[in-house]
Write a protein that binds this ligand. Structure first.
Ligand SMILES: [Zn+2]
Length: 188
């Protein structure tokens, strides 16, 4: 259970168990667990053992067509999961769900055998929303300017530098591959 105060939580997100905390503002309990009612910032009062959520002021909810940034959280052969961070050049836009998925068919216009060769956990991706469903936000990176914008070395976690078609770790010298976004200014 991630309990750090200040992190953004989503409606319906599990926050804690009732044995540990009591439900404060904008928190409800169900089956012994505590959940957030709103999109907002987590607030934990350790002395009172009370957990509450301060609602975020949002101007709108993300929609199909928006370009978003997210951090890769899981990579399977055919699909990756991305924790959504923000909508490009807009503040206070809420996501209806905390994560997005990119199916292998939506990664690039060319044939891809396995996503594990092109994405790693922790990478920051720039992607476009192509569908919003009850349980998932579907994303695509099949445009030249979409894909990984920041990648970290699989060996030592140092930021990778672009090196021709590949990425190179200046710390441990390993070379890696990604589905890179062609946005030179943003690939650092
Ligand atoms: Zn390295």
């Amino acid at each position: 259970m991630k309990e750090n105060s200040g992190r953004v939580v989503y409606p319906g997100e599990e926050l804690a168990v009732e044995e540990e905390f009591e439900a404060g503002e904008n928190v409800y309990s169900k089956d012994g667990k505590l959940f957030s009612m709103v999109l907002g910032k987590l607030n934990i009062d350790k002395e009172k053992r009370r957990i509450s959520v301060r609602p975020l002021k949002t101007t709108r909810v993300a929609k199909v067509g928006d370009i978003v940034f997210g951090r890769v959280s899981l990579v399977y052969d055919n699909v990756i999961f991305v924790n959504l961070i923000s909508v490009e050049s807009k503040d206070n836009v809420a996501f209806p769900l905390a994560f997005g998925i990119i199916n292998i068919r939506n990664v690039a216009r060319t044939y891809i055998k396995n996503l594990k060769e092109l994405f790693k956990v922790g990478d920051i991706v720039r992607a476009r929303i192509i569908g919003i469903k009850p349980y998932s936000i579907e994303l695509t990176t099949a445009e030249p300017s979409l894909g990984v914008v920041k990648a970290f070395c699989s060996n030592c976690r140092a930021p990778l530098k672009p090196f021709g078609q590949f990425l190179k770790c200046l710390v441990c010298n390993s070379t890696e591959k990604r589905k890179l976004a062609k946005l030179c200014a943003e690939v650092r």
